[in-house]
Design a protein around this ligand. Structure first.
Ligand code: S3P
Length: 172
């Protein structure tokens, strides 16, 4: 069974709205593994959501906390880890994750991300200006980082279920 054969965590990376948390939770269930989301873990540890941390302390403090937390998560049990969209962009985090985990990039067109993120206003970066422009810009900047993930999976308009199956196939 795949879940038992895995010897390292599987870490989902990619832009906000791509479905890392939803896909991660379902993938964990399919494989009989536990699931953790780095944004939620930060909130549990700090008592502030990522958006609140951005606003109160600034992005740098959030990134410092995120870097430490993700490093701790990847040293733990074999499980499915969803990261906040910026975590894998940090070079030292990226290197650590690629060494200690199987990294999976979920990629979707910016239109799809803009639509999905508009349903819930939880992201600090999308509060000012046109969300689609911001996503476009982040997508350009971050693509070279995300391309370094071990596995690339398209997560377009299709159902999350298909994305889960595509990841399982790539992991087999
Ligand atoms: C961020 C993405 C967010 C959250 C924070 C910063 C980013 O996570 O960590 O708002 O820089 O892309 P999601 O990708 O889960 O939305």
């Amino acid at each position: 069974e795949l879940g038992k054969r895995l010897d390292r965590p599987v870490v989902l990376v990619g832009l906000m709205g791509v479905g890392k948390s939803t896909v991660g939770r379902r993938l964990a269930k399919r494989l009989g593994l536990s699931f953790v989301d780095s944004d939620s873990a930060i909130e549990d540890a700090a008592g502030y959501s990522p958006a609140e941390m951005f606003e109160r302390f600034g992005e740098k403090d959030f990134r410092d906390g995120e870097r430490r937390l993700v490093a701790r998560l990847v040293e733990g049990d074999v499980r499915i880890i969803a990261t906040g969209g910026g975590a894998y962009v940090d070079p030292s985090t990226r290197q650590l994750l690629n060494e200690r985990a199987i990294t999976v990039w979920l990629d979707a067109p910016v239109d799809v991300l803009a639509e999905r993120t508009s349903r819930r206003d939880t992201r600090a970066q999308l509060r000012n200006g046109d969300p689609k422009c911001t996503l476009e810009k982040l997508s350009k900047e971050r693509r070279p980082s995300y391309e370094k993930a071990h596995i690339h999976v398209k997560s377009g308009e299709g159902a999350h279920k298909e994305v889960v199956e595509a990841i399982i196939e790539a992991l087999e």
